[in-house]
Design a binder for this molecule. Structure first.
Ligand code: NDP
Length: 303
């Protein structure tokens, strides 16, 4: 068997076109184009690429963007002040702080990722990392959905892969991917309806025992670990759907968390790396920026 490839690029393009069309309507109704402000601290090469890709995607969708570059020597107070000024700036609808934040030189106060993310106004929190937005998601009444897990839900839905009643194993429990992914799949309803929710979810991590055995019970296996090709073909149940979130650089090549050549012999459908989940993450960021602009326009009209 050779698995069907889930073409994240194509699905992301579909979503981006939908967002671009909705942005046009939003602007035609008399609103300013939505605007995303990104803060990039330091010189991390991968982060530079991600931020550039996000800017380019905004441009194509008719979303304005601004990039604030801050040096790696930025102090916590300076960064918090920058975030605060974006919070106050009515022309900015969405704020994202590109992670990871750089290591601070010895002796200098460290940039605390949690404190930084907490400082973003929850109404502009297009990454959905603030405690308020995480709490709303947990309670099944989300405002913004985190981009990577939401992209995966959209991809499954648009590929006619239902999760209701299925056993989904999510490997990795980060705040950005694994945990919200598990939470979204376990909800009674979701952004794509009840058929792309209502899963029976197992959330695995580094302390999980018998990982291979657990993975083999998955109808849908989602790997978000950050370890190149750790999910082998023999950890996949024949016919399972495999979603590979991992992006790992190995000898100048990007590889996922799944050993693709082995996995595609066993799975019924699989996402490639690159060209799988990555493009969807950016598409959902555009979606959230437009949503933020709509929510703020509504609030302004009411207030
Ligand atoms: P984190 O490093 O924050 O989390 C990794 C998780 O994997 C942790 O929960 C960890 O467990 C778990 N883990 C580590 N080793 C093992 C193991 N041997 N067995 C089982 N679980 C293990 O990573 P992220 O979630 O931020 O990212 C994961 C991957 O996804 C990375 O490659 C990243 O680059 C990629 N990524 C891709 C995105 C995209 O758009 N495609 C977006 C975001 C991330 P524990 O909690 O016990 O430490």
């Amino acid at each position: 068997m050779s698995a069907m490839r889930l073409d994240g690029k194509q699905i992301a393009l579909e979503i981006r076109n939908e967002v671009a069309r909705d942005v046009q309507q939003f602007v035609a109704a008399g609103n300013a184009p939505p605007k995303l402000a990104a803060i990039l601290v330091g010189e991390d090469p991968a982060s530079q690429v991600y931020v550039r890709n996000k800017e380019r995607a905004c441009q194509r969708a008719g979303i304005a963007s601004q990039l604030d570059r801050m040096p790696a020597t930025t102090t916590p107070a300076e960064l918090l002040e920058r975030i605060d000024s974006l919070n106050q700036d009515a022309s900015v609808n969405g704020i994202l702080v590109q992670l990871p934040l750089p290591e601070t030189p010895v002796g200098e106060p460290a940039l605390d990722e949690r404190a930084v993310l907490d400082a973003v106004d929850p109404m502009k929190d297009v990454d959905a990392f603030s405690p308020i937005n995480v709490g709303l998601l947990m309670q099944g009444r989300p405002r913004f959905l985190p981009c990577t897990p939401h992209g995966i839900i959209q991809m499954l839905h648009r590929s006619q892969i239902e999760t209701a009643g299925k056993h989904v194993v999510v490997v990795g429990r980060s705040e950005i991917v694994g945990k919200p992914m598990a939470m979204m799949l376990a909800q009674k309803n979701g952004s794509c309806g009840p058929e792309t929710a209502n899963a029976t979810v197992t959330l695995a991590h580094s302390r999980t025992q018998n990982l291979a055995e657990i993975c083999r019970t998955a109808d849908i296996l989602i790997a978000a670990v950050g370890r190149p090709e750790m999910i082998r073909g023999n950890m996949i149940r024949p016919g399972a759907v495999v979603v590979d979130v991992g992006i790992n650089r190995v000898d100048d090549r990007l590889v996922g968390d799944v050993a693709f050549a082995e996995a595609e012999q066993v799975a019924s459908a699989i996402t490639p790396v690159p060209g799988g989940v990555g493009p969807l993450t950016i598409a959902m960021l555009l979606h959230n920026t437009l949503l933020a602009a709509k929510l703020q326009a509504r609030e302004g009209a009411v207030g």
